[in-house]
Design a protein around this ligand. Sequence first.
Ligand code: CO8
Length: 259
Amino acid sequence: MAEYGMILVETQGRVGVIRLNRPQALNALCDRLMDELGQALLAFDADDAVGAIVLTGSEKAFAAGADIKEMRDRTYPAVYRDDWIGEKWETVLRVRKPVIAAVAGFALGGGCELAMMCDIILAAENAKFGQPEINLGVIPGAGGTQRLTRAVGKSKAMEMILTGRMMDAAEAERSNLVARVVPTGQLLDEAVKLGERIASLSAPSVAMAKEAVNVAHETTLREGVRFERRLFLSLFATEDQKEGMAAFVEKRKPNFRNA
Ligand code: CO8
């Protein structure tokens, strides 16, 4: 497995685990970290032995945002020319396998945006989510105004983005920002367990289910349902559909071959 300087990467069973590991800066998302994260995500996505990916940080911080020290002197012509955000920040959106964000501690600014780009957020009891960019004289830049609003609704998103207020884990669960809250010490185990469950299922149907849910954010209901139907019907071309339904009828566990 590749060696990285700012992340730790391992597999636990069929789950690829990426841990952001820049403790002295609360996992602030500098360019190098984002490059490494992108490489690790694409490597797991290409690895047939991996069925789901968990992205996590430390107990104190998932990530306290983009690196303010690195960002402060950037100029508009340079960030525009380099397609800074698109290039470095959106790799996670290209991953076809499910990505679970396991969030403990701070998920602020770009950290909250990164978690929201993942497919499922599991929160530890000590998690804190926020978009504090307004305190720095800017606004969210990696999708925060859009994804937070879709997740929690306009009023709460406005309040958080206009004031920088943080939301704790209980509020995040109530507001549908996260799937579930778990005890802080059990976060990684719970995330890996969830990843294992997903990885045990048929990979083509998992990938298509993810794609179909994501389309709900991008299109009308009518088009979305049409898209879902096309994917649903296409799964009848897989061996796993025959196996899954035969196993049900024969009252046994399916043996999916991802084919
Ligand atoms: N960038 C750089 N360094 C950071 C960051 C950050 N975002 N957050 C924390 N650090 C550093 C601190 O500077 C400090 O380093 P040092 O010891 O060298 O001074 C170290 O981490 C520990 O931090 P604190 O001493 O501040 O720890 P506290 O426990 O007292 O406070 C907080 C924790 C509340 C999380 C506090 O650190 C904080 O407010 N951090 C900044 C949060 C923030 O504003 N995030 C938004 C950043 S802007 C952004 O994300 C825009 C994204 C746009 C899209 C992406 C484009 C690339």
